[in-house]
Each structure stands twice: as structure tokens, then as C-alpha cells.
Design a protein around this ligand. Sequence first.
Ligand SMILES: [Zn+2]
Length: 338
Amino acid sequence: MNIKDNLFIPVLNTWASFTPFSVLKKLGGQKVIFPTYHLVSNQEVPHVGNLYKIRSEKLFCEDLEFMLRHFNPISIDDLLKWRNGQLNLNKPSFFLSFDDGLREVKEVIAPNLIKRGIPAAFFINPAFVDNRELMFRNKASLLIDLFKKRKINFQRTFERTGVKEGQFIQMVKSVKYRERDILDQLALASEFSFSDYLKEKKPYLDSEEIMQLKHQGFHIGAHSMDHPLYEELTLEEQVAQTSESIDSIISKDFSSLKTFAFPFTDHGVSAALFNQMYENMRVDCSFGVAGIKHENFKFHFQRIPMEKSLDSARHIIAAEYIYYILKSPLGKNHINRK
Ligand SMILES: [Zn+2]
């Protein structure tokens, strides 16, 4: 039985709301927590809007204030020193990170972090830097947005591709990395240009902006070349995606550290890849998004995804503590990779 099953959610939500946070923090007993986001925006973002919840700047700032009240912000250097036993963390701490290198990092996120003196890491995909290409999931979100708002006429698309109008959203949502050409075919048939969208909207950071973030003291890490789901790749492909993206970060001088955040999830990723990462590629640390969990690989950290709902950081982190506390006696907080 999975305690994240729907049946338990109302009970857990009530528990998360009514238990004092300081009590949960104590019972949970984590030295470091790892909240992670993608973007923050007060505007609609069509290439993201159908993928996860977009936080407003106000909500995001409330999250930051909450975290600062209960935790100490730490940088990637602090994190590595702590893990190496060279730094003692007196207070429970948080390490903040943001994936996908979206433009809102520079426009909304970084200024709010700088204002509060919070360090952070940004994990980027070299294929999308400088707006050279649109990620397949961003294409899917954008097509759904255009369809929902009737911004373009998909009639021609339906006739040409045989896709039925009633199944369009479901079909676009389910397109996998390997089938991503389908999204280009749909756009082509409906005379929508992803490249014009890239040129006009510039959804991702460019190299200069990334360099600027580095100079502002932020850490830049790798997030695979073009964001595949690792579970669907062969080991050779996983190695190539990981090492090429890390090499790109190093060669562009975005960082001297080798850090990697798995795109989507590290679920189903074998110990063989981790062995290659830590032995051959000499990765400094890596990240997943499985909530509060521990790993056999000492420098692989699991993060808390903050965009599944628009609940407050207090609520999301409290719920994660509760899952952790409940699973503790069952020994289910540890990920054993085969
Ligand atoms: Zn991502």
C-alpha cells in the first residue's frame, strides 16, 4: 500500500496543516532538505502551463520567507563540505535548486534570492541554451495551450494526421521522448512554428545570462542534453546524455564542479549508471526528485518537488516530513538500486 494513495491524502493534509512545523521538523530529523522548482511567474507561460503548477512571485517569496524562518540556506560548496565531513551544520539547512534553465530564473527567481542572500543551483540542458531548441515537453504544453484557446485551427491537422479532436490533449500529453517527432509533425500540419516561438519568446536562458548568474554566485549544473526520461534509455544513452551535458557545462566555464540533476526522475536508473558517474565521470554530486529519501550513493541527494500543487512551502514540506516519519518503521526511506 502506498501512503501517497488518494485515500490518505485528506488525512495527511489535515495532519500537515495542524501539527506545528517545528514538531515535524524535529521528528523528521533531516540536516538538509532540498526543495526544487522550475520557474516562478506572474504571467501565463504556455510552454509550461500544462505540465505543472506555476507559482506567482508572491507565493514564491512566501515560500522563501518560510524556509528562512526554519532553515539555514546553504550553497553547493557548503553541501559538498558537509557531506565530506568538513563542515558542521548547526541548524537544519536547505539547498535550493531550479531545473530546465528557463528565462524566469534571471527575471524573477535570481533577484528574489539575491535580495535575501539565498544561494541556489540552476540545472540546465545544453541543447536548449541560447534558445536553439524547444524541449519536447514544452512543445506538448504549447500545443495543448494553442488547442485549448483555439489560437490555431487544428482542423487541417486532424484531417492530415488522423488524430481525433476529442483525443488531442491526451495524445499530445502522452508523447514520449523517442516519439517526439510527432509534436513537430503536429505543429507543421497546423502551420505553427516552434522556431518562431523560440525567437520571439526566448523561453530559456542564453549563455551570457548563465555566465551572469555564475558571477552573481549561483551554481550552474547539468540536467542532461535534451531532457529524456532516463528509464526509457539504454545505459549507453544515459551515460552519453550525462557526460556530454556535464562536459558542456565545464567547457563553457559555467562551473568547475561536475553536478547533475536527473531530468524528470531517476526512478528506475540502475546502480551501473551511478557507478559510472562517480567512478569514471568523477561527478561531484547528483540529484533526483523522490522527496525526502536516502541513497546508497553518498553524493546523490533526493529533492522535494514544489510544483505539484500551489500549496504553501510549509504545507508541502510538512507533508514530506509526515510521509518520511510514517515510512521510517517500514524501512521505506532508503533507495536501493540494482
Ligand atoms: Zn527538467
